[in-house]
Design a protein around this ligand. Structure first.
Ligand SMILES: [Zn+2]
Length: 113
């Protein structure tokens, strides 16, 4: 018996197979069996503080004062961050903030704007 992978979109475990596709009955997401098997890449879902899924290009708002590493500046609550990029790691958002430059944030400290 082979275990079907959970839905990369919503995490549902009730995935079923249909030909070359896996189908999620809960959110209706369909994806190619081979694509996920060959790349070995796990679709990563990054969520904000409210549990909303974040994607590349989203705009988020900082929900907590965040100290900037290696400086005395602080990114204030309510700071808008445009055009984020989802990356791997402990800090899973890569972005540029006006007045600060390029930096990385944790998704748990932002919410989708
Ligand atoms: Zn799903």
């Amino acid at each position: 018996m082979s275990q079907l992978p959970p839905c990369p979109q919503c995490g549902s475990v009730y995935t079923y197979e249909d030909g070359n596709l896996y189908i999620c009955p809960e959110c209706a997401h369909e994806w190619d069996k081979n694509a996920s098997a060959e790349s070995g890449e796990q679709a990563r879902v990054v969520r904000d503080a409210n549990g909303n899924v974040l994607n590349d290009g989203d705009t988020v708002t900082v929900i907590k004062d965040l100290k900037v590493k290696g400086s005395s500046s602080v990114v204030k609550v309510g700071t808008k961050v445009k055009n984020i990029r989802i990356i791997e790691g402990d800090h899973d958002i890569d972005c540029k903030i006006d007045g600060f430059g390029a930096m990385q944030l944790k998704s748990e400290f932002v919410k989708k704007a």
